[in-house]
Design a protein around this ligand. Structure first.
Ligand code: CND
Ligand code: ZN
Length: 374
């Protein structure tokens, strides 16, 4: 299998900050040892990919192929790969389906964040498998799902149920797992509690699903785009508020609404001011605030230390805190058993060539998740 040739295919390349993606023909080198080459079938567009286009994702080298919410079929494997096999071997009966996702390093969790922004811009051996017009193109989070074929370390791929619909379960690669896990794993929302979710995009609505399934009795959705409220209510939000409808700061509104602040607050936007507002919205002694939205690169937080001194807990959560290789396939099985249904988050499905239209839908607030099909 290591003799498999270079594949030419289309991919969306971000040549530099501030430019729309351009669809190019790229060459995808065969997988090296402990790497897997995958044919992407479906990929979602997450706000984090937009951060890459805008230059607000930390430590990214350009040109780069973004995308981190995909599902596909293994095309070939490098030496030493044992967890998956090329799809051809399972051909007529059950083509091997695999989900592409971020790796959680279980034995060294502290390396997780420090590695995330640096080495995942290239393969672990610090080289790239993508070339376009004679130039090496960078990888993103090791998985670059905005390419018809992509190469990733075998640690970044997991098998999922053979009959899982790839055009739906691609959301388990990021959006759904991130939001649902932030509620279930990171906050560990308790039955009967009150939750506030700042930002009702694909990730924030997945937090709503998680809070509801954990048995929260009050779920308050907060967004400046009231078009997001209908879906939030459908998924379990008991109240939805728009900060622009109030003169006072939103944290004061939430403290008044609840008496003492919420038990759990989640920032799922990625702005420093709403990160502090979310912290201030939770209960002084027992509240927990979870940072899910990606902080803009180079930003600094400034906040009144009394907010923490008095007893609040502030936590961050990446990909929902799951040990992804073990847990995400189980989440997909839960989906197959109809335990939760993030399909409603998919508002648009487009052919891959219309990727920039997908980004425009996200930027204008008209979509929750757009899934692109190759
Ligand atoms: P999306 O853009 O779909 O949702 C953000 C929502 O926030 C939109 O509905 C906006 O209208 C709303 N909003 C914007 N500004 C405000 C404001 N000032 N007050 C209230 N609401 C506001 O984004 P998404 O759901 O795809 O992603 C949300 C964030 O999560 C984003 O920062 C993304 O980069 C991050 C993220 C984190 C992780 C992780 O592992 N932690 C994984 N993927 C994405
Ligand atoms: Zn994401």
């Amino acid at each position: 299998t290591h003799l498999s040739p270079v594949i030419k295919c289309k991919a969306a390349v971000a040549w530099e900050v501030g430019k729309p993606l351009s669809i190019e023909e790229v060459e995808v080198a065969p997988p090296k040892a402990h790497e897997v080459r995958v044919k992407i079938v479906a990929t979602g567009i997450c706000r984090t990919d937009d951060h890459v286009l805008k230059g607000s994702f930390p430590n990214i080298d350009y040109p780069v192929i973004p995308g981190h919410e995909g599902a596909g079929i293994v095309e070939s494997i490098g030496e030493g790969v044992t967890c998956v096999k090329p799809g051809m071997e399972g051909l007529l009966l059950h083509p091997l389906k695999s989900m592409v996702k971020l790796q959680w390093c279980r034995s060294r969790p502290l390396l997780y964040v420090s590695n995330l922004y640096e080495s995942q811009n290239l393969m672990p051996d610090k080289t790239s498998r993508f070339t376009c017009k004679g130039k090496a193109i960078h990888h993103f989070l090791w998985i670059s799902t905005f390419s018809e074929y992509t190469v990733m370390p075998d640690s970044a791929i997991a098998r999922i149920d053979d009959d899982a619909p790839l055009d739906k379960v691609c959301l388990f690669g990021c959006g759904f797992s991130t939001g649902y896990g932030a509620a279930i794993n990171t906050a560990k929302v308790k039955p009967g509690s009150t939750c506030a979710i700042f930002g009702l995009g694909g990730v924030g609505l997945s937090v709503v699903i998680g809070c509801k399934s954990a048995g929260a009795s009050r779920i308050i959705g907060i967004d400046i785009n009231k078009d997001k409220f209908t879906k939030a209510r459908e998924l379990g939000a008991t109240e939805c508020i728009n900060p622009q409808d109030f003169k006072k700061p939103i944290q004061e509104v939430l403290v008044e609404m609840t008496g003492h602040g919420v038990d759990y607050s989640f920032e799922v936007i990625g702005h420093t001011d709403t990160m502090v507002a979310a912290l201030a919205s939770c209960h002084m002694n027992s509240g927990t605030c979870v940072m899910v939205g990606a902080p803009p690169s180079g930003s600094q937080l400034s906040f009144d230390p009394m907010l923490l001194f008095t007893g609040r807990t502030w936590k961050g959560s990446i990909i929902g805190g799951w040990k992804t290789k073990d847990s995400i396939p189980k989440l997909v099985s839960g989906y197959m058993e109809k335990k939760f249904n993030p399909d409603v988050l998919i508002t648009h499905t487009l052919p891959f060539d219309k990727i920039n239209e997908g980004f425009e839908l996200l930027q204008s607030g008209k979509s929750i998740r757009t899934v692109l099909l190759f």
